[in-house]
Design a protein around this ligand. Structure first.
Ligand code: FES
Length: 116
């Protein structure tokens, strides 16, 4: 059986990812949400798991993001829905840092938090 090779997209230089920011990065028509949380850089698809609204336009509350559409709240480190209603986890991606850039793995078909 052939072993698959991981594929990554380069998103943003880590020095551009401000600690309290939410950044939307477009690569090949795909929108990614990039941020720093709990001592790590993270990447997710930039869409709310409830109804696909872009979370980059949301509001940060410490280690969480609040979706502006229906106020869903998500933990930015784990991706868990933490508000009063459970909207399911964020679509987080495995990441790595190469030459000072955050890259997200995009070929697995699986998200870092188990969403698929
Ligand atoms: S679209 Fe985000 S909470 Fe509904």
């Amino acid at each position: 059986m052939a072993k698959s090779v991981a594929s990554y997209v380069r998103l943003l230089a880590t020095h551009e990812i401000l600690p309290t920011g939410l950044f939307r990065v477009m690569v090949d028509s795909q929108a990614y949400l990039v941020y720093f949380s709990a001592g790590k850089f993270h990447a997710a698809f930039d869409r709310c798991p409830h109804a696909d609204f872009p979370l980059s336009s949301g509001r940060r509350l410490e280690n969480c993001v609040v979706c502006p559409m229906h106020n869903g709240m998500f933990n930015l480190s784990t991706g868990e829905s933490v508000g009063q209603r459970n909207f399911g986890p964020l679509f987080m991606l495995p990441t790595r840092i190469v030459d000072g850039y955050l890259e997200a793995q995009v070929d697995t078909g699986e998200a870092a938090n188990g969403w698929d």
